[in-house]
Ligand binder design. Structure first.
Ligand code: SHN
Ligand code: NAI
Length: 157
C-alpha cells in the first residue's frame, strides 16, 4: 500500500460494484475467482484469457489496456505482466476508485488477502504485503487447527 501502516480491514459486498481486472493470466484467474464469490460484476480487459476464466461469468473486452477503459469502474485490479501498463492503470485511477497493482505493492490502495470461509466464518490473513506465501501457509495451518476443533465446515480452498 502506498504509505499506510495500519490498513482498514473490511468485508465488501461487491454485488452493486463494477470491477475491472486488467490482464487475463494466472493472477487474474485467482483474483476473478474471489471477486465472483463476492458477486462482483467483473469486466476483464485483456487480449488473451487463460482457459480457466469462464467467459459466461465475466464481460471480456478483448483488447490491450488504454486510458479510459477503467473510467466507469469502482474497483480495478491491474495484473498484466507489463509493469509499465500496471503503473499506468494506477495513475489513471481517480481518488474515488480503489486500485490494486498486483506487481507493485507501493502502487495499491488495497491488498488482497488469503481467505478461509464456510457458512458462518470468514477468516482472512494478511502480511501487510510482506509475504503472500506466508499468508497462504498461515491460512493452511489455521485450516488444520479449525478442523481439529470441528469449527470449520468448508471445502478445501
Ligand atoms: C501485495 C499483494 C498484492 C495483491 O495481490 O493484493 C501480493 C503481491 C505479490 N504476490 C506475489 C506472488 C504470489 N502471490 C501468490 C498468492 C497470493 N497473493 C495474495 C496477496 C498478495 N500478493 C498481496 C499481499 C498479501 C499479504 O499481505 O500477505 C493472496 C494472499 C490473495 C490473492 O491473491 O487472492 C494469495 C494467497 C493464495 C491463497 O490464499 O491460497 C502466489 C501463489 C501462491 O503462493 O500460491 C504467488 C507466487 C509465489 C511464487 O511462486 O513466487 C508477488 C511476486 C510477483 C513476482 O515478482 O513474481 C507479489 C508482488 C509483490 O510482492 O510486490
Ligand atoms: N499479486 C499477486 O498475487 C501476484 C502478482 N504477480 C505479478 O502479476 C503479474 C502477472 O502475472 P501472471 O498473471 O502470472 O502473468 P501471465 O503472463 O499469466 O498473464 C499476463 C496477462 O496480461 C495480459 N496483458 C499483457 N499486456 C496487456 C495489456 N497491455 N493490456 C491488457 N492485458 C495485457 C496478457 O494477455 C495475459 O493475459 C506478474 O508480472 C507479477 O508482477 C505475480 C504473482 C502473484
Amino acid at each position: 500500500m502506498r504509505n499506510v501502516k495500519h490498513p482498514y480491514p473490511i468485508n465488501i459486498d461487491l454485488s452493486r460494484k463494477a470491477v475491472a481486472v486488467v490482464g487475463g493470466g494466472a493472477v487474474a484467474t485467482r483474483k476473478i475467482r474471489a471477486l465472483l464469490d463476492a458477486a462482483a460484476n467483473v469486466t476483464v480487459i485483456s487480449p488473451v484469457l487463460a482457459p480457466e476464466i469462464d467467459t459466461s461469468q465475466v464481460t471480456w473486452r478483448q483488447k490491450r489496456y488504454e486510458t479510459g477503459d477503467i473510467q466507469a469502474m469502482d474497483m480495478i485490479i491491474a495484473c498484466t505482466d507489463d509493469a509499465a501498463v500496471n503503473a499506468q492503470i494506477t495513475q489513471d485511477a481517480t481518488h474515488f476508485q480503489l486500485v490494486n497493482n498486483a506487481s507493485d505493492k507501493t502502487q495499491s490502495d488495497f491488498f488482497n488477502v488469503a481467505k478461509l470461509e464456510d457458512e458462518t466464518l470468514l477468516l482472512t490473513v494478511s502480511t501487510k504485503g510482506k509475504s503472500p506465501a506466508t499468508a497462504k501457509r498461515i491460512k493452511q495451518t489455521l485450516r488444520r487447527w479449525l478442523d481439529d476443533q470441528h469449527w470449520f465446515k468448508g471445502e478445501d480452498q
